[in-house]
Design a protein around this ligand. Structure first.
Ligand SMILES: Nc1ncnc2c1ncn2[C@@H]1O[C@H](COP(=O)(O)OP(=O)(O)O)[C@@H](O)[C@H]1O
Ligand SMILES: [Mg+2]
Length: 337
């Protein structure tokens, strides 16, 4: 197991010892926000997924400070779960949320196998049903009343399939307002300016922004899937919201980009887009990059190069100018192919 774990993720050993003792580990991965280990309890049908929250930040804390920060994260996640459930979002069950003996904030739940991104790529013929399931799972949040109090990140990879239907698995960092719409947890750390907080709300709490994210994931796999999304939106959303979302999608400037647009025009379109307009950058790329065996890998690179992320993720340069330059390099490379 040693060799499978990247250096950045060595905390896993400590929290694993804390949580698991000597169970067999089946998988391991890490992101900016969590360190994930999957293990199997002898005899159980489904493995268990364990997420350690903010392992790097927690590792740097000691004693009381560490336990109180860990408890705070666990409490936030718990509040977010309650709000999601009040909006009829199904979560992975059973789950546990606690601070471990050595002060790690831990979430444990049933692991349901492949997520919806993997499942749609593997079985495109079932894509329409899967899109319907995702919309059904998110419907309560998409139709929430104002002020908006709960967000969801509608990426395909954030849904898995339990024997009873779709579940939403990505609940950290929590996306919610703890006080009914005055302040918002939109990211960790919370961005310093109200304008940045508002941008997060527009992208993950507002139904148009949330669905745009889902739409991007579908476009990344195959632009044809957009049609299926639009027809499922018509069936799955209430008429008012349906109209709002259709108008919103029609209002998004595509700049007329298609797979036939010249590389010069695509680069100009990218350069004319503010680096903070992540969604437009992604959309231009999704409409221009041709179908083919490399599309999914390339669109993954686009996702990370277009992202407005703080430092810490090796896939996303912190300097916006460098991000855009790398994105343009990627596109020129594709044009030269
Ligand atoms: N309960 C679960 N069942 C199946 N797969 C899961 C489950 N929880 C997480 N995953 C998988 O792990 C990936 C990462 O988990 P996620 O909570 O989305 O973290 P992040 O997106 O922050 O890395 C998901 O995209 C999904 O593939
Ligand atoms: Mg996720």
């Amino acid at each position: 197991m040693n060799s499978l774990i990247r250096p950045q993720t060595l905390h896993a050993f400590d929290f694993l010892g804390d949580v698991l003792g000597t169970q067999t580990v089946e998988g391991q991965q890490s992101s900016n926000f969590t360190e994930i280990v999957i293990y199997r309890n002898g005899g159980e049908t489904h493995p268990v997924i364990v997420k350690c929250l903010l392992p790097v930040e927690i590792a740097a804390l000691e004693g009381k400070q560490r336990f109180s920060r860990a408890q705070e994260l666990v409490n936030m996640m718990g509040e977010f779960h309650t709000l999601l459930q009040q909006h009829e979002v199904v979560l992975a069950e059973p789950h546990k949320l606690y601070v471990s003996e050595n002060g790690w904030p831990i979430y444990e739940a049933t692991h349901y196998g492949d997520d919806y991104r993997v499942r749609i790529i593997r079985s495109p013929a079932n894509a329409q049903t899967m899109i319907r399931e995702i919309l059904r799972c998110s419907s309560g949040v998409l139709h929430q009343s104002h002020p908006l109090t709960v967000g969801m990140d509608l990426r395909l990879s954030n849904f898995a399939k339990s024997p009873d239907g779709p579940v939403y698995v990505d609940t950290f960092p929590p996306l919610y307002s703890p006080d009914g719409g005055t302040t918002y947890h939109v990211h960790i750390p919370i961005p310093p300016t109200q304008a940045e907080v508002d941008a997060h709300i527009a992208r993950k709490f507002n139904p148009c922004g949330s669905l745009r994210r889902l739409r991007f994931d579908l476009l990344s796999i195959d632009p044809e899937l957009e049609r299926l999304l639009m027809s499922e939106i018509r069936v799955g959303l209430q008429p008012d919201l349906h109209r709002t979302v259709v108008d919103f999608f029609q209002s998004i400037d595509r700049g007329g980009i298609t797979t036939d647009t010249s590389i010069g025009d695509v680069v100009r379109a990218i350069e004319q887009t503010p680096p903070s307009d992540v969604d437009t950058l992604r959309e231009i790329c999704a409409r221009w990059i041709p179908m083919g065996p490399d599309r999914i890998i390339r669109m993954d690179q686009v996702f990370y190069l277009a992202r407005n992320a703080g430092p810490g993720d090796p896939r996303t340069p912190a300097d916006p100018a460098e991000r855009i330059a790398k994105l343009i390099d990627l596109l020129r490379g594709i044009a030269a192919d």
